[in-house]
Design a protein around this ligand. Structure first.
Ligand SMILES: Cc1ncc(COP(=O)(O)O)c(C=O)c1O
Length: 321
């Protein structure tokens, strides 16, 4: 048992669980790092706290000063995590969201007191980014932390997520994670390559034009500055395309091991399975996969129960997360 002074102290140091029972190659172990165990429910808790801490350290945000407003475009998890941090630190938060997001997402943002600004659902997360950037120009008094370009995003993964992975799985040979802002893969990937140059870094993305919640294709018209600044292309050993259907199938398969996780975890897991399938039987390998969040926020999408074709069709129209 441990005791903590603040909910923010619960962020990070997440557990890993063995999911090798699903590995197609017996000598390849697969470990899932459960970021859904963070207090606001996702890997983005680390990022939200790091963005606010960095802005306070730079004097952009002043703790205790009234009427400070933050603005962020988010396809979900960063908005919720920022809403938690802002609530505890006393800042107002405006989140730009595509208008077709799941109800759970809106409810969680409102629960922590954030204000939602809609962007056109058909434009997805790129539309939210565009709307937020133009609002930031119109309102220079608002603080625009912009996780897609903020170095605090990959830095927190370099400083915390990466070291936790190497500490808990020193035998790691491959790292697999989905691409959203690319902060996770850039931060963890850079750390692992620095410490263990032989570790392979595999990125998972949907095909251009298809939706897997939380993920983006680098071929979809916007490459985050976080990725280009770090020369991300050189960091990646492979980019694997995973379709929405496979993502949902693997999200369901994980329940066989008692794991209730979000759809981007299914995508990352599908990528890890492809990675494991390419390794010869008898060659020892250990793949660490990021599970970005738990399944709660996807329940209204009937990800686990509904007919697979219907779920895939709905997922193409609604952003569950
Ligand atoms: C559910 C989910 N999975 C994966 C990711 C990708 O993480 P990153 O932004 O670090 O690339 C995100 C990012 O928003 C996410 O919300």
């Amino acid at each position: 048992m441990a005791r903590y002074a603040s909910v923010l102290d619960l962020i990070g140091d997440t557990p890993m669980v063995d999911v090798s029972a699903l590995s197609p190659t017996e000598s390849v172990r697969i470990w899932l790092k459960l970021e859904g165990k963070n207090p606001a429910g996702s890997v983005k808790d680390r990022v939200a706290l790091a963005l606010v801490d960095a802005a306070e350290a730079d004097g952009v945000l002043v703790p205790g000063k009234p009427d400070q407003v933050l603005l962020e475009p988010s396809s979900g998890n960063t908005g919720i995590a920022l809403a938690l941090v802002c609530r505890l630190r006393g800042y107002s938060l405006k989140v730009v969201l595509p208008d077709n997001v799941s109800t759970e997402r809106r409810q969680l943002l409102e629960l922590y007191g954030a204000e939602i600004i809609d962007s056109p659902g058909a434009e997805g997360s790129n539309g939210a980014v565009r709307r937020a950037r133009s609002l930031a120009i119109d309102h220079p008094e608002w603080v625009f932390l912009y996780q897609y370009a903020n170095p605090a995003n990959p830095a927190v993964h370099f400083e915390t997520t990466g070291p936790e992975i190497l500490r808990d799985c020193p035998e790691i040979t491959h790292f697999v994670a989905g691409l959203g802002t690319t902060g996770t893969i850039v931060g963890v990937g850079s750390y692992l390559k620095e410490q263990r140059p032989s570790v392979q870094v595999w990125a998972v993305e949907p095909p251009a034009g298809e939706l897997v919640d939380g993920l983006r294709s680098l071929d979809d018209g916007y490459v985050p500055p976080v990725f280009t600044d770090a020369e991300g292309e050189a960091l990646l050993d492979r980019r694997i395309v995973v379709r929405p259907r496979e993502s949902i199938e693997w999200t369901r398969r994980l329940t066989d091991l008692g794991l209730f996780v979000g759809v981007s975890t299914g995508a990352a897991m599908a990528g890890a399975i492809k990675c494991a399938a390419g390794i010869h039987e008898g060659v020892d390998a250990s793949i660490v996969v990021i599970s970005a969040d738990d399944g709660w926020k996807y329940l209204s999408g009937d990800v686990w129960g509904g007919d697979l074709d219907d779920v895939v069709d709905r997922a193409s129209r609604t952003i569950y997360f």
